[in-house]
Design a protein around this ligand. Sequence first.
Ligand code: XLS
Ligand code: MG
Ligand code: MG
Length: 387
Amino acid sequence: MTDFTPTPADRFTFGLWTVGNTGRDPFGEPTRAPLSAPYIVQKLAELGAYGVNLHDNDLVPIDASAAGRDRIVAEFREALSDHGLVVPMATTNLFSDPAFKDGAFTSADAHVRAYALQKTMRSMDLGAELGAHTYVFWGGREGTEVDAGGKLLSALGWFRDSLNFLAEYSESQGYGYRFALEPKPNEPRADIFLPTVGSALGFIGTLDRPALFGVNPEFAHETMAGLNFAHAVAQALDAGKLFHIDLNDQKMSRFDQDLRFGSENLKGAFTLVKLLEDSGYDGPLHFDAHALRTEDEEGVWAFARGCMRTYLILKEKARQFNADPAIQAALAEYHRADDELAALSRFTPQNAAALKDRTFDRAALGRRGLGLEHLDQLTNDLLFGVR
Ligand code: XLS
Ligand code: MG
Ligand code: MG
């Protein structure tokens, strides 16, 4: 039994933009003062995190001079080495600047698309300088409100051309990045291209170097689409494409809330943690969330501690689930195996003929109770802490 205090071995990461969030929303001004990047590094290290991730402009202002950029990056690197934090993932801000108001890689303006490539190459240089191996593409502005603009098909082509270009750039520079596409259905656009994990997985197959691309699914984003996050993650794992993951929480059908991990859908969070742990996923566990607007700085660190603590508690619950005799008995009852039928279900012409001739007791199959109410209540009892 542990006291659920994280260490770097737990691989927890936060973005500069997450704990650095100042509480601004579309209706209100910031409620907290900005925190400097070196201070965030120090605080995250104190809390037991493993790493910190960033967009280019979380660290370097978009209009910084070359000398200003180098000074900021040097200070940040010093903080990383002083506090033993790494930067596993980097990404580009292709959504804040007004130039990207109608998309970056999918803007109908060739000048904007070319500028997006330039900005991303420079941001990839920065990520590589900081040691990042994963590069995320969240296409926040890659979408539409007005489909009469007629770019639905061409936008996918422009997106593909840009990703192909950037993969070649990474290889030509020897950066060795693995790219993770992060889907989201809406917000800030009415409709964002590649809205779900399934869409992104389909799109990857159309790229020149599909092996370099995977996904970065986010709990809130699939939930906003009304989908079950663990199902999306399972599909990514099945495809060998879970390159990164954004953990947070979200009420369904609402604005993008970025809630503390496990604060809303506790059972969904448990299912997810169990899936990640059982699957052997060994990438970073990134919390892409932020403290509520009601909080001061102390609330920010309570939020960060809470994300990690909840993950570790659910990891322990997953271990107990796997070791619980009653739960394992219920699972064995549910998963009825049959070696002879498994062999028969491997295709040969003889097996196909035998299977076609076989008699099944359809009524008995329909009558068989599966025990899922019992199993689910055992799971609840475990999560409530009464088992
Ligand atoms: C926004 C996204 C964003 C990405 C990184 O909703 O989650 O934070 O993860 O650009
Ligand atoms: Mg998000
Ligand atoms: Mg995200």
